[in-house]
Design a protein around this ligand. Structure first.
Ligand code: NAG
Ligand code: NAG
Ligand code: NAG
Ligand code: NAG
Length: 488
């Protein structure tokens, strides 16, 4: 199996004044080839021993559908490498410098509504920001994308298409492409700040009625229980689009999005990487109630010199986040290409929900702003340290990402969809309330399945979107969503 590319390779310290780019690329290429052989050598010699060490660690249900073992620590000579989570940019990349406009530089770093009011051309009066039509700027409201009304979601999709056409979305995507940080404590804070900035840009381009709409989140644990999660209604023309045989997005609001690398469609090649798996409820609960800060902020790939004796638990925050990227695969599976796909923003909005609920459950207000893992060069490079600057997100240091200002002032989260026996309703046409037949287990919300999709195991539930779950004519024990009329 080929290693997933999300945490993949190369160059962190990008210098825009660099005129030796081609030569450096050649060097990087040669070094990479040499390194690959060396890594292969290291890998084969240490493989047997490590397999013996870790054979007792095996995580399956309820955490994962497929058994998973702990990851390996990273060799020192790999610090600039793919496995370390530094963004890899392909050698044939056509470089367009990432940037922010002057206005964006002035307002996007804000962590209060007073500070950001001018960005929305609002007036600060009586402790509130009043924008067009007398509407008050509030915290952006982030809700599960399937719980938005169709009208509201379509207005959001229209705004995104306008930003895509005007080049603003691609400019935003490049800021992640050339600078996102991974595999250490800065990971979730960098992405938190990046998403906050993206959200402000989106809000500015919505009409005044929708100015308080946040980046919807995609709670992929709603799709996880399905027999074939890629057949979820989420991956249909009604929401984020369906793919053709090659994995190219063929319908839905983003079908005609040319990536910043120039491919005429977004790519999602489901099932190609074994590591892929959506979030599930067991892991989300484990994370948001976890007393061990290393399971949230810790190095997902520490260096071998890192003294932390704990094994690399595959359920930890960043790894749980990675599996969703691998599940989608294609653009989402490469760290430089992920920000091309709207799924990147929806997924990170969900991960930010997880972070926020961990903070609320496990820390006091004061601790939320002060506790940062020890800045240890034996575990990860210095860009993960508390006082280091976030690349492309000036003037932020990593520590500033701990501010309570994010959720005091800038955004809030709607509860994740839930249901009960008394009220078996998930608040969306795209979701249904799964009521287990045994009396002990509580009902929970699950995504519906699109037409033609696999609904095996859910025959007795309203699992199909505007269709019926019927036996497959050509597969004895399999069921699929079929049109009601044909089979009435
Ligand atoms: C992990 O555990 C499950 C169930 O306990 C077992 O079926 C599976 O073979 C184990 N996998 C590995 C790789 O040890
Ligand atoms: C200012 O806001 C407060 C609370 O939001 C409100 O009670 C008060 O009437 C407002 N004052 C004016 C002058 O609008
Ligand atoms: C995609 O096509 C729709 C019409 O089908 C159009 O409104 C939208 O602007 C297009 N988006 C892009 C990014 O070209
Ligand atoms: C449908 O789901 C069943 C139950 O999980 C599974 O055995 C089957 O392989 C799936 N069929 C397809 C076509 O994915």
């Amino acid at each position: 199996m080929t290693a997933p590319k999300y945490n993949s390779a190369a160059k962190y310290n990008y210098n825009p004044a660099n005129c030796y780019k081609d030569r450096i690329r050649l060097c990087i290429f040669i070094v990479s080839v040499l390194c690959s052989f060396y890594i292969l050598y290291l890998y084969t010699s240490s493989e047997m021993k490590e397999q013996n060490d870790r054979s007792s660690l095996n995580y399956t249900m309820p955490w994962f559908r497929i058994p998973r073992k702990d990851d390996d620590k990273i060799q020192l000579d790999q610090i600039e490498e793919s496995s370390f989570g530094v963004h890899f940019v392909p050698p044939n990349d056509v470089f367009i410098p990432p940037d922010w406009s002057e206005e964006e530089m002035k307002y996007l770093p804000c962590l209060s509504r007073k500070c950001v009011c001018g960005y929305f051309k609002g007036k600060w009066k009586n402790e509130s920001c009043i924008v067009r039509k007398g509407i008050k700027l509030q915290r952006a409201y982030r809700q599960e994308i399937r719980t938005l009304s169709d009208e509201k979601r379509k207005r959001w999709e229209k705004m995104l298409n306008e930003l895509k056409t005007s080049g603003v979305f691609s400019r935003l995507a490049r800021n992640h492409k050339y600078s996102g940080v991974h595999a250490g404590p800065a990971f979730l804070l960098w992405h938190r700040e990046f998403l906050k900035r993206a959200e402000l840009i989106y809000r500015k381009h919505m009409g005044p009625e929708d100015i308080n709409m946040g980046v919807p989140y995609w709670d992929s644990s709603l799709d996880w229980p399905l027999p074939t999660p890629k057949h979820s209604i989420f991956f249909s023309k009604f929401l984020v689009g369906e793919v053709d045989e090659d994995g190219l997005v063929k319908n839905g609001p983003y079908h005609n999005w040319t990536t910043i690398e120039g491919r005429p469609q977004i790519l999602r090649q489901f099932d190609k990487v074994e590591e892929g798996e959506l979030l599930n409820d067991a892991r989300i609960k484990w994370l948001i109630t976890n007393p061990d800060i290393d399971m949230i902020f810790g190095a997902s790939r520490p260096l071998v010199t890192c003294s932390n004796k704990k094994h690399l638990d595959p359920r930890m925050f960043e790894l749980s986040h990675n599996y969703v990227h691998f599940f989608i695969n294609g653009d989402m599976a490469s760290s430089h290409g992920a920000s091309n796909d709207i799924l990147f923003y929806l997924h990170h909005s969900m991960m930010d929900w997880v972070l926020e609920f961990w903070r609320r459950n496990m820390q006091t207000r004061q601790q939320r702003e002060s506790i940062y893992p020890v800045s240890d060069p034996n575990c990860y490079p210095m860009w993960h340290f508390a006082e280091s600057f976030m690349p492309m997100l000036p003037p932020f240091t990593n520590r500033m990402g701990l501010s309570n200002g994010y959720t005091d002032e800038m955004y809030e989260f709607a509860p994740r969809p839930t249901c009960t026996k008394q009220k078996p309703d998930c608040g969306s046409n795209y979701l249904f309330c799964y009521v287990p037949s045994n009396q002990q287990d509580s009902p929970y919300c699950v995504s519906k399945v699109r037409l033609g999709g696999n609904c095996t195991g859910f025959e007795d539930h309203p699992v199909c979107f505007e269709a019926k779950c019927l036996r497959n004519p050509d597969a004895e024990n399999e069921f699929s969503c079929q049109e009601k009329i044909l089979n009435a």
